[in-house]
Ligand binder design. Structure first.
Ligand SMILES: [Zn+2]
Length: 430
């Protein structure tokens, strides 16, 4: 913005407008005060990869039932970034799993000692289709696909990753980047609609050393597809690798709007395809933050609200009764409890608006909501705090279709978006 202002020096009206905008941003930029920093951040990455000698059998989640893991290609992770801004502390955790559900989210919070004073924790799963089952739907026959010993250990490690990110916080600044990954992914359901945005938040310390790079993009991590039996984090593996080799720090991948159904446009289903895809996304991210200014202070507002949504999927109810679904029956009997969270940075959310949805958001719904928001950076976190399956737009709901069979309720869209709209600072249309 400073460059733009200088370029227009001499044209009084335009200069004034630009300086005003510049000043608005300057109020966050200029407060780099080593004596009393406003922002602190820490990051961690811990593997949750099963040990196939101890944990056998491991069934891979996604695609058909009974797909047994035969080896490990690369690690799966719990990656966490903890940020304190002024007096508010929040953490974003992303795990390379098909979907950690809300009941488990609470159990993970329960594993944290009292000394970990985090106001809000956002746990999201990448929706990895090449990692162990944590929901229960992918076992052989009528049995759960969850390996409970591995599962309990993994949930402990997720809690540990939050503790480590919290305890390693140092004074920090934030950088934002926006890029478009046009044509990278395809939509397999009408209406054809993709959200090509790749948002990046990079966190640096006071020496400008990278602490973490968070990548937000929406496309199913399923490049390896249904014949693969090696555990991998799929294309996010190559995002982590490329970013960490290039700028250091901890790389994180957070899934966006993948519903209805967004999948990588790749020529094949090999690790080379996953590598090309992941590396291309990572390069876009790094480019997008390369020249962005660093923000050392900003107002912050966080709101988290629980919602009870009527459960309408009879198969989910039955699976819960049979003990196949890893979600207690009291969560599934009539209403299913879940939650949404909103983070706003900048004056009235002018810098960034981060929104979580507890499942697989359709891009058309997200673009509709995004249009009503006003921040410079509008970010969706899919599978936030929960995985209730596809959030099918109400007007498009049809029980005969695949996404509906994998959706906890026909009311998800209505309840989730009504709640979010009441929580967010919306664009002033007057
Ligand atoms: Zn999916």
């Amino acid at each position: 913005m400073l460059l733009v202002s200088l370029a227009f020096t001499g044209i009084a009206g335009i200069e004034e407008i630009n300086i005003q905008q510049h000043d608005q941003h300057n109020s966050y930029l200029c407060n780099k005060d080593p004596e009393s920093p406003s922002i602190f951040a820490g990051a961690s990455a811990k593997t949750i990869t099963p040990d196939l000698y101890r944990h056998d059998p491991i069934y891979l989640a996604g695609f058909g039932r009974g797909r047994k893991a035969t080896g490990i290609h690369d690690d799966i992770w719990s990656r966490c970034c903890c940020i304190r801004i002024r007096d508010t502390t929040f953490a974003i955790v992303s795990v390379d799993l098909i979907g950690v559900m809300y009941s488990e989210y609470h159990r993970i919070l329960g594993r944290l000692p009292d000394s970990i004073a985090i106001d809000h924790i956002i746990l999201s799963s990448t929706h990895n289709h090449e990692g162990p089952d944590v929901i229960g739907l992918w076992g052989p026959g009528f049995t759960t696909g969850v390996h409970w010993e591995w599962y309990e250990e993994a949930m402990d490690i997720i809690a540990d990753s939050i503790i480590e990110a919290y305890t390693t916080m140092v004074p920090a600044g934030l950088r934002f980047g926006h890029a478009e990954a046009e044509g990278f992914s395809r939509d397999s359901r009408e209406p054809i609609c993709t959200d090509d945005q790749v948002e990046t938040i990079q966190i640096v310390d006071y020496n400008l050393t990278t602490i973490a790079t968070m990548v937000f993009y929406g496309s199913h991590p399923e490049v390896l597809w249904d014949k693969n039996t090696l555990i991998t984090s799929d294309y996010p593996h190559y995002i982590y690798q490329h970013i960490e080799e290039t700028v250091g720090g901890t790389a994180m991948f957070v899934i966006g709007a993948i519903g209805g159904l967004i999948t990588p446009r790749v020529p094949g289903h090999t690790f080379e395809d996953a590598q090309r895809f992941g590396t291309a996304i990572a390069s876009l991210c790094l480019e997008s933050v390369q020249n962005s200014s660093t923000i050392w202070d900003t107002p912050i507002r966080i709101d988290l609200q629980e919602i009870a949504i009527p459960l309408t999927n009879p198969i989910f109810r039955l699976a819960s009764i049979l003990g196949i679904l890893n979600r207690p029956l009291h969560h599934m009997r009539r209403d299913v409890m879940t939650a949404v969270c909103v983070i706003e940075l900048g004056e009235e959310g002018s810098l960034a608006q981060i929104v979580t949805v507890p499942g697989e958001e359709f891009p058309e719904s997200w673009l509709d909501l995004k249009e009503k928001l006003h921040a410079d950076h509008r970010i969706l976190i899919g599978l936030g705090l929960d995985e209730l399956g596809y959030i099918v737009p109400s007007e498009d709901f049809d029980w005969r279709k695949y996404e509906e069979s994998m959706s906890a309720s026909r009311f998800l869209d209505y309840y989730i978006h009504q709640t979010l709209e009441s929580m967010l600072t919306m664009k002033d249309t007057t």
